[in-house]
Design a binder for this molecule. Structure first.
Ligand SMILES: Nc1ncnc2c1ncn2[C@@H]1O[C@H](COP(=O)(O)OP(=O)(O)O)[C@@H](O)[C@H]1O
Ligand SMILES: [Mg+2]
Length: 264
């Protein structure tokens, strides 16, 4: 691979990534690094291009130009399932669970990156896979315990309160044993207590070696959680650094004020 950079820290890296939709430059020339074992923030007003960045990293959208690496492995043109198997998991801005399926089954689906056949067979109830199914259920329960939602294991995921559904979604993403976890507005609509409880879980995940890249509007939360944040506006990177610096940056303040005025 030409121009491969030497990597000392394990990390997700975007080099000059751009994405156009027809004439709209949704994302322009974005450089970004999310190291494993720490929490990186991505902020910016609505329409800044944040979700598009996640869709480009996961392969949901094709990159127009630029490159994406996980350590020294290039993911730029990889298919979404390959990117997932390499260790990139995500949650969605709008929660996407199987609402009728149990909480435990929703999490077990997250294992499929490693054990597709047995999970599918297990969910179909094939007798040959009963033992694996039991083992998977046990591992699923362990993850539910980690997220403190084991009491909901048999409940339909869609019947849970919003904050708990967020946890199920996180548990499913973690079941895939990610190296990098992409979180799109994970605490939107939560109060400070609920957000901080989830924040404790994010810190545990980071301490276990996972790299978190978190899109989030909640300034208090971002300041608490992130060692470094990136700020985007109109598809461009306008600031990067420690939260205390970035949130004081005049360009960042202007971008958010503009957004507020634009909304009236
Ligand atoms: N699939 C798409 N097709 C066309 N335009 C899109 C698509 N996805 C996003 N956009 C546009 O790209 C810009 C950035 O959107 P998005 O990444 O969702 O912003 P954010 O998550 O920061 O609010 C917006 O102008 C949005 O309308
Ligand atoms: Mg978004």
């Amino acid at each position: 691979m030409p121009n491969r950079k030497e990597v000392t820290v394990s990390e997700l890296r975007l080099d000059a990534v751009s994405k156009s939709f027809g004439g709209l430059h949704a994302v322009s020339n974005i450089d970004l690094v999310a190291p494993q074992g720490s929490i990186t923030g991505l902020i910016g007003p609505n329409g800044a291009g944040k979700t598009t960045i996640i869709n480009l990293i996961t392969g949901t959208l094709r990159i127009s130009s630029g490159r994406v690496f996980l350590d020294d492995v290039e993911l730029t043109t990889a298919e979404p399932d390959v990117i997932a198997r390499r260790g990139v998991s995500r949650t969605f801005q709008n929660i996407r669970l199987l609402p009728e399926a149990s909480v435990l089954d929703n999490v077990i689906i997250g294992f499929h990156r490693h054990e597709r056949s047995s999970v599918v067979a297990g969910l179909l109830g094939l007798p040959s896979s009963l033992r694996e199914t039991r083992a998977l259920r046990q591992r699923g329960m362990e993850i539910l315990k980690r997220f403190r939602i084991e009491r909901f294991a048999d409940a339909a995921a869609g019947s849970l309160a919003y904050g708990h559904q967020r946890r199920v979604e996180m548990a499913r993403a973690v079941a895939a044993q990610p190296r990098i976890l992409l979180l799109d507005e994970p605490v939107a609509g939560m109060n400070d207590v609920e957000a901080d409880e989830l924040g404790d879980l994010y810190e545990e995940l980071a301490a276990s070696g996972i790299g978190l890249l978190m899109i989030e509007h909640n300034v208090r939360f971002v300041t608490r959680m992130c060692t470094r944040i990136y700020a985007m506006a109109s598809g461009k990177m306008i600031a990067a650094g420690p939260p205390g610096e970035v949130l004081k940056d005049p360009n960042v303040i202007a971008a958010y004020l503009g957004d507020r005025y634009a909304k009236g």
